[in-house]
Design a protein around this ligand. Structure first.
Ligand SMILES: Nc1ncnc2c1ncn2[C@@H]1O[C@H](COP(=O)(O)OP(=O)(O)OP(=O)(O)O)[C@@H](O)[C@H]1O
Ligand SMILES: [Mg+2]
Length: 233
């Protein structure tokens, strides 16, 4: 459903992505792995349209994304949960969710109740401010918010970052459920290999602005030498 061919992007005159090629099938979860600063976040931004591409081809379900704004890509079904989650700390949980549906020009009042049913932790906290939630609860809020636009593809940038180990399991289960119950494809950036091995079907290793290899994540998560070589862990 998603195809990138030699995509180039960066910031101003600084290139970061030097020709990224990758494909994601519908219903699939793939993980993008790689050490700090190789361009994983930049790749997510280039797909969601947060930054423009300066070369190559990018398509989603047969639509050429190259000339489309982030807003139009969101309407096509691409939803991006950025690194650090970016929820609105002063808005309540319910307001955070409502803002998301109006941002893509879709009014989804009834979806809110569905989401509260699916995520009881958010229902309990619906009147609490986003900033008062724990890291794990904020991540669940960010995932629920991304679902408000009824996406077909979720881009998740380090969902496990800054989350207590005891809550990681719940976040992984949430991602698995989103994928299996709604058939939503997921491209997830991760540095936590155990987490990536659990949720993803495929691993794509990134280095210096390129996807260099497809990886067996379970094998990578057990092999320290491979980790040192590819992830500098
Ligand atoms: N907004 C920005 N403006 C200018 N340069 C940026 C910007 N964001 C990132 N960069 C640079 O682009 C390169 C790739 O950064 P990016 O954030 O994509 O890496 P990453 O793989 O996501 O790293 P991390 O694992 O730390 O999240 C880095 O050299 C970074 O300094
Ligand atoms: Mg990043």
């Amino acid at each position: 459903m998603l195809h990138l061919e030699r995509v180039r992007a960066g910031y101003g005159s600084t290139p970061v992505l030097h020709g990224i090629s990758l494909s994601l099938e519908s219903g699939e979860i793939a993980a993008v792995l790689g050490r700090n600063g190789v361009g994983k976040t930049t790749l997510m931004r280039a797909i969601s349209g947060t930054i423009p591409c300066n070369g190559g081809n990018l398509s989603f379900q047969g639509n050429d994304l190259g000339s489309l704004s982030a807003f139009k890509r969101a309407r096509l079904g691409i939803s991006h949960v950025p690194q650090g989650r970016d929820i609105f700390p002063k808005l309540t949980v319910a307001e955070n969710l409502r803002v998301a549906s109006s941002a893509v020009g879709k009014s989804r009042g009834d979806d809110l109740e569905d989401l509260f049913e699916q995520f009881p932790v958010l229902a309990e906290k619906r009147r609490a401010r986003g900033g008062s939630l724990s890291g794990g609860q904020q991540q669940i809020l960010a995932l629920a918010r991304a679902l408000m636009s009824r996406p077909k593809l979720l881009l998740l940038d380090e969902p496990s970052e800054g989350i207590q180990p005891s809550i990681l399991d719940e976040i992984a289960t949430t991602i698995e459920q989103i994928n299996s119950e709604h058939g939503i494809a997921v491209l997830v950036v991760e540095q936590n290999l155990d987490f990536a091995a659990r949720v993803a079907h495929r691993g794509l290793m990134m280095d210096k602005g390129e996807i260099i290899e497809e990886m067996d994540i379970t094998q990578l998560s057990r092999d320290r030498a491979l980790q040192r070589r590819y992830m500098a862990l």
